[in-house]
Structures are given as C-alpha cells and as structure tokens.
Design a binder for this molecule. Structure first.
Ligand code: NOJ
Length: 871
C-alpha cells in the first residue's frame, strides 16, 4: 500500500514566492520580464456589495470546521478520484458532500442527456445581451440538474490576441468590452441558476503552445518551464484584465488561474496577478482555483492567493499533492497563517451560498469517466463499485434557445441578392461540413477530429451531443417541404461529380466549409490546439473556387473557430453570398436554414476582424521556443493593439471589419445626441481594511492529524489532509522541512494586520473603485428601418480617447434593437468613467487624459456614420 502522506514537493522557492522567476544562468542573455511581489493575500470583506449574506453564512459554517476539514475543502481528491472532472474532499461531519467542478462553457461535459450550446464566440456575434444571459442561465440549469456545484466557464482568457489561438472560440471576442459585457451576462445567467460560475483562464492564456512542459514534450520541444506571456501594466489593465473586472463586478464566484506564466511567474502562484490585481484592486471575493495541474508549489501558491487546487494531485494520478497533507503541516507549523486557510474556506463557502446553494446538496448524478450505469465511483483507484450514472435528462426545451442563438449569431458577410432563399428550384448542398460524422457526432473523444459538420470544436470546452442536426438534413427537409429539387454531395473530394451536379440549370449551390481548433492536449491534423494557418480545412478554398467556377449562384457557409482567409474568392461575382455560422452547437442545420430562408433576419456582427492576410493581424502564436531550454518568452509588444485596433493603427485594408454584418433589411442612422451627467470628480479610495479574521482554532499536535484507520479505509491515489506520522519532517518527506519561515517567505506574506486600500480599488465594491462605473455621458441616436422586413440592428458606440498612444477608436457600448419597417428606434448608450480613462502606470490608477475625445455611433468599427465631440 502506498503511503497516504504526500511528498512536500517544492513547497517554496523564494523567487516563486516573490511572484517572479529569476532567470537561470544560461538564460541570462536577455532581461526577462518580471512580476512584482504583492503580499499579504487580501482576505474577504464582510461588507462587499452582494456578498454580505453569503459571508455571514460562510462565517457560521467555517467557524465550525476543523483544520483538516478546511484543508479538505481546498484540495482536490486527485484526478479521476470521484465523478466530476474535479472534486474536493467532503466534510461529512457537517453534512457537506464533496463539491463538484465540471466543464464546460458549452454544456455539461462528459455526460449524457445534456444540450450542446453555441460557442461563446458565436453567442458574442449576436451582440444581444438578453440572449447571452439566457444561454448562461440554460447552461447553468443543466449543470445544476446534474449536481454540479461549479461550472468551469465562461472564458475571457484567451481574449483572442491571435486569430490562430486554439481556444478563442470558447471565449467571446478579442475586444475587451464585448467580452466584458458577454462574460458578465453569462455569469449572471449561470449563477441565477444556482451554480457557481468560474471565469477562466486568468490571465494571458493566449496560446496553447507551451502552456505545459509535458505537453510540449509531446510535440517535440524540451522546455524547463511553461511559456511566459509578457504583458505590461497598461496593456494588462486596458485589455486583458478589463473583462475580468466585469466578471468580478457581476459577482463571479470563482476564477481559474491559467497554465502559463505571466511575466515569468506561474499564474497560480503569481502574487501580482492573484493578490494584487484580482483580490486587491478588483476586490474579488470568491475563490481562485488552479487549472488542472497548473499549481507548481505548495506554500508559495497559498500565500500568493490560490484558494483551491485542482484536481489536487501534483500530476495526474501521482498520489502526491502540493496541498492536502502539506497544507495541514504548513498551517500547523505557521508557514501558512491560520487566517489564510480560513480565508480560502470562507471564499469557497461564500461562493456557494451566494448563488443559493446550501450545505445540503443534491447528489451528483453522473460520472465523467464512463456512461455505464454501474462502475467504480473512485475510477482512478478502481474502487467503490456502485451505480454512478442516473442518466438524468437536463435539456428541458433548450433546443429552441440553441437554435435561436446560433441563428442570431450567424453573420451575413456578403449578399448579392441571393438570400433569402425562396423555394429555390434546385438546391444543391456541397461539402463535408454539411454532413454527419459517419462514425457518429460523439465518435471522437472531446471532439478530437473534424469529420462532418463542425458543431463544436475540441478539448475540455466540449460536451457530448444529444443529437446534431446537420445542415444537409435540415436543408433537405426544407427543400422537400417547398417542392424544391434537392441533392447533396457530402465530401470535398468528388470534383467531377460536383462539377456535373452544380453545372446543371437552375442550381442554387450552398457550399459548407470549416476550420477547427481546440485545446493543446489534442493534435488534429497537425494543429496543436492552435491553428497552424488561417486557411480552410480539407481543401475548402479549392472547393469554393471550383464550385463557383461552375455555378453562378454559389453561397458559402463557414463554420469556424475564428477568422479564415477568404481573400482568394470572396469577391468573385459567382460567390453570391457568404455567411459565418460560427460553432453553432446541436441545432446547427436548423439555425442555418432559418437564416438562409429568412425565417430569422440575420443580425449577427462579426466579433473579430477578417484580414486579407495572416500577417496583417500583427500578432501570431509563438510556435517555436525562443529561449533555449528555458521558458519561451511571448512578448505582447503590440500592447493594446490587437484585432481591429491593429488594423486601424496600420490603416491596413481588410476584408470584413470588426462589428460588420448585413441584414435582409436596411437601416439609417441619424441624430446623435450627447448628454453629460454630473458624476463629480474621481476620488481614489483611501483607508484600510480590517485585520485578517480567523475562525476557530486548531491543534498543533500532529497526533490529531493522523489518518483515522479505524474509521474508513484508504482509497488508492486519493489525496487526503492527514499525516501518517507525528514526525513532521518525515510526514512532509521534504528535506528542507524545518527551515524557519523568515528564511524563505517574502516580506509581509504572513502579515494579517489591517492593510491600506488601493486608490483604484473599491471600498467593498467588487470590480474596482465604484466611481469608475459612474455614467459620465449618455449618447442617443435614431436608427430607422428603411427596408421592407423587420430586423434587429446592432448600433455600436465607439470612442476615440484622443492620445497619441490610443487606438483610433475603441468599442464602448452597443445594443441589439428590433425595428419594424419604416419605424425609428432610439439607440441609447452610456460612457462610464472607466470607458473614458486610460490606465496610468505611474499613478497606478485610471485617469481621464486631457486629449480631445470623440464618440462615434455606427454599424461597425469602420462604418461610423455619426460622431460628436465630448466636452
Ligand atoms: C484544463 C482546461 O484548461 C480547463 O479549461 C478545464 O476546465 C480543465 N482542464 C478541466 O477539464
């Protein structure tokens, strides 16, 4: 039998504790980016907006907990130790079952009778906050119905720095305001359903390559540490942190720290990121959980602000943990102060209570590791045979919502009058992307292939399809109903048959093509998560060029995880319409049929730019290590200039700009008005916090922490909080055990005294200083539907901040408004103080510059028909 006591692996190294990694000698060729230390880790604020009641309940619960129970709550039981992708230890004495963390941001992962929703990126393309909220609510309800406590989503990291980024589809948009609004609405929806949302991956997780050392080895690179995203303070605040601020303000219960390093310090032990930016400046009151195996140290991560380790073991099934036993020892010997573990427990419990969960929890009724009804509940150990799947159907009527989101998230990029279709005489559908995966929609685990239509991309952000309506089946049904003739060729490689078919008289050809991507642990067709190029997969470009050379009415539908290069064919007169249908989920065929036939008038706007060349984006993935065997260095030297901001800066011609999308009707913009509100002057927050509270006390006698052999039998590889000997050094198995704390702890790391409040931080206001969200201007404009059908329009408010280092314009607000033909509606948008400010790295606060500011209202980032100067 293996020992239940775990190794004290790398409990500390002073550089890691300081939140910065000193470059090893051989890497000293260049000065590596550095992350400043920030200690102590901020503790919860009992008066924080929206958290008071949850705090009070948590305090009552945590006050009854023993140290071992607190450790249990913070430490995962190990990979595949229980039913969910992550679970922590139970607190049976107080009636709390093991908490369940489950993917994904598109539906409940690894189970059955769940729905598959459109991707975050597709939802963002609706620009419809109401429907984005509904999507979050429905996904939350499904997780709730399965017994999930924490849903591992939504995503704002990656933001989408490079269009090739493998997981961009899981998030929303490279624009921080669109992502910020979308993540906040999604979080509200999920948490209104009684499930804790998890904003991930915090932060700078902009590529899959080199996010993990082991993974990199798998594709042939030996590196000592994960890639470092090197991000300056201004870019951090104005771009990458922005949507996380919105997530915190929306009350998100948990945040997942990411795999990679930021400024050469691992995100899950980076005190600048966790203690300072997230908990201090943004006033985050929930808990930070690690991504799976993203924890690299024990004490260091605890003091830097990590609150829960997932899945609990150092590496999958290592039977060792940085926490568990080691956290017990660290608290007993004072290396981790009592208030810090109390704060971890408080944050976790308060998040549950905040969303309405109680100590008594509904059971977890599914198992991630098998769909069999019976099996081992401790899958890794092969122990505990019992019923593990109840096959609970949680889908309700979400199918119609899914159909609607994917239709409204479809962007009409080109239309020469070919659409909407009206009982076409002969409809021909061409392309593998219109058809099924012949082995079934769930044949490839975690959707690790691109066979048939792209309803979902790959990785942990996936879920099993309950069914997948293909474009072929839905369009055929529509054609039959209309009395159209219908044929389809569901391969990209039948040139002669395709030519013979689409060259016939009266053909309306719809060509379906795609481009896929996903998470870095899976390689599909040479793409290590990140795409290796921006071209269509499976010869899609040739397919389009061929069909459009044979057929004068060729409509193109693209399913993809981001922009693709359409340069070679989009302008062909025979390509009569182009649609981007994103990653649509289970109702794919119905959604695209609704759009093609005008049952839903398109109103989607592209949430990213379509450049003419790959190079024109100015950013790309770092595909090859650039620092010898050390951590690859990914310098975000473009600053805030990603996507449209870069194209605008360089004045580069492009194909379809950010925010662009057509409708079957037309809209006219007029009459911009600006109203200034009296928001008063900004006052940086002053004062101090209370001292760190601690709840209860604990024994320092290790005999009290021995594994209770007489009470239950030990599960193989399971992570426990116990020790197996009262000799601390032996229990830790750490040769350095016994060093006094001041030999390796950074200054202030254990200081529980009252701390000064940051100027930019709020007083009890998650999201930052309350005044940052004061409305300073209200802008209105008239939008008239000048066409003949009802449609939704998405008017967009952009701002020029006016400085030499500012983007030409930045998105600041938008709405999705339904307008009947001939009618005029008022678009109303707001500018807050944060919207008008820049981050000042010297003042360490948001400051409104003296540069002249102009607002624009328009239908895309480059069609800004109305403007006004702000006074
Ligand atoms: C790793 C992924 O990065 C994360 O998004 C996911 O939630 C966890 N694995 C758990 O599956």
């Amino acid at each position: 039998m293996k020992s239940a006591v775990v190794l004290a692996l790398a409990a500390s190294s002073s550089s890691a504790l300081a939140g910065a990694v000193k470059p090893p000698q051989q890497l000293n060729k260049r000065a590596l980016a550095h992350s400043d230390p920030f200690y102590p880790s901020p503790w919860m604020d009992p008066n924080a907006d929206g958290w008071q009641a949850a705090y009070a309940k948590a305090k009552e619960f945590v006050s009854q907990m023993t140290l071992m129970e607190k450790v249990n709550l913070t430490t995962g039981v190990g990979w595949m130790g229980e039913q969910c992708v992550g679970q922590v230890g139970a607190i049976p004495r107080l009636g709390l079952r093991s908490l369940c963390m489950q993917d994904s941001p598109v539906g409940v992962r690894l189970t059955d009778y769940n729905s598959v929703f459109p991707s975050g990126q597709t939802a963002a393309a609706t620009w419809d906050t109401g429907i984005i909220y509904q999507r979050g609510l429905a996904m939350g309800q499904e997780h709730k119905g399965k017994g999930v406590n924490v849903m591992l989503g939504p995503v704002a990291g990656p933001l989408g720095r490079s269009p090739e980024g493998g997981r961009n589809w899981e998030g929303f948009s490279p624009d921080p305001v669109l992502t910020g609004i979308a993540i906040a609405e999604t979080i509200k929806g999920i948490q209104d359903a009684g499930v804790v949302a998890c904003a991930k991956h915090y932060i700078g997780n902009e590529q899959e390559h080199f996010r993990q050392v082991g993974e990199a080895k798998g594709y042939g690179f030996t590196i000592a540490e994960s890639v470092s995203s090197n991000i300056d303070d201004k870019t951090m605040h104005e771009l990458y942190l922005w949507p996380f601020a919105d997530a915190v303000r929306a009350g998100v219960g948990s945040v997942m720290c990411s795999y990679q390093q930021t400024n050469n310090s691992y995100s899950c032990q980076n005190s600048k990121l966790l203690n300072d930016l997230l908990k201090n400046e943004l006033g985050f009151q929930g808990f930070v959980m690690s991504d799976w195996q993203a924890q690299h140290t024990g004490v260091a991560s605890a003091l830097a602000g990590l609150d829960m380790t997932m899945p609990g073991d150092t590496e999958f099934n290592s039977a060792k943990s940085f926490w568990g036993t080691n956290l017990t020892l660290a608290v007993v010997n004072g290396t981790v102060p009592e208030w810090r573990i109390d704060d971890m427990a408080m944050r976790i419990m308060a998040s549950l209570f905040k969303v309405g969960q109680t100590v008594e929890q509904p059971p977890i009724n599914f198992d991630s590791w098998t769909l069999d009804t019976y099996g081992n509940i401790h899958m890794a150990a092969g122990q505990g045979y019992q019923q593990i799947n109840w096959h609970v159907d949680v889908r309700a009527n979400h199918g119609s919502l899914i159909r609607d989101i994917a239709a409204k998230g479809t962007v009409l990029l080109k239309n020469n009058g070919a659409l909407p279709l009206n009982k076409p005489k002969f409809l021909v559908v061409v392309g593998e992307d219109a058809g099924p995966n012949l082995q079934g929609p769930n044949a490839c685990s975690d959707r690790s292939c691109d066979n048939g239509t792209l309803g979902m991309a790959w990785g942990s952000g996936s879920a099993n399809f309950p069914y997948l309506v293909t474009p072929d089946s839905a369009l055929q049904a529509q054609a039959i109903q209309d009395g159209s003739r219908y044929e389809s060729i569901l391969t990209n490689y039948a040139a002669s048959q395709t030519k013979a078919l689409v060259s016939q008289a009266n053909v309306t050809a719809v060509v379906f093509v795609n481009a896929d991507s996903g998470e870095g642990y899976i390689n599909v067709d040479g793409n290590e998560g990140d795409r290796k190029n921006l071209t269509l997969w499976k010869n899609g470009d040739d397919l389009i060029k061929n069909v459009s050379s044979w057929c004068t009415n060729t409509i193109v539908v693209i399913h993809s995880t981001g922009p693709v290069l359409v340069t070679d064919w989009y302008n062909s007169p025979n390509v009569t319409a182009i649609l981007w249908a994103g990653v649509p989920g289970q109702e794919s065929g119905n959604s695209i049929t609704d759009i093609l036939y005008g049952k839903v008038n398109p109103s989607g706007k592209t949430p990213f730019t379509w450049g003419a060349t790959r190079e024109s984006y100015g950013t790309d993935i770092l595909y090859t290590p650039n620092n010898g065997a050390g951590a690859p260095q990914d310098d975000f030297s473009e600053g805030v200039f990603i996507d449209y901001r870069y194209f605008d800066k360089k004045n580069t011609p492009l194909i379809y700009e950010f925010g662009y999308g057509l409708s079957y009707t037309t809209f006219e913009y007029s009459n911009i008005k600006v109203q200034k509100s009296n928001a008063g002057t900004y006052k940086p927050t002053t004062g101090t916090t209370a001292a760190a509270p601690s709840f209860g006390n604990f024994s320092t006698n290790l005999a009290d922490y021995l594994f209770p052999k007489d009470q239950f039998s030990w599960v193989w590889q399971y992570i426990y909080p116990y020790v197996n000997t009262t000799d601390a050094k032996a229990a830790s198995q750490d040769p350095h055990y016994g060093q006094t704390a001041d030999q390796f702890l950074p200054p202030h790391a254990t200081d529980g005294s009252a701390q000064p409040l940051l100027g930019s931080a709020g007083k009890s206001s998650p999201g930052g200083n309350r005044q940052l969200y004061d409305v300073m201007y209200t802008i209105t404009a008239d939008i008239k539907n000048t066409g003949s059908v009802t449609g939704n329009e998405v008017p967009q408010l952009y701002l020029s901040l006016g400085g030499p280092d500012d983007p030409k314009v930045v998105l600041r607000d938008f709405d999705c408004i339904r307008i009947d033909p001939g009618q005029t509606s008022t678009f109303r948008a707001q500018l807050t103080r944060r919207d008008l400010s820049n981050w000042d790295p010297v003042a360490q606060d948001w400051v409104i510059s003296s540069y002249p500011k102009t607002v624009y209202v328009g239908r895309s980032s480059r069609k800004l028909e109305l403007n006004a100067t702000l006074t």
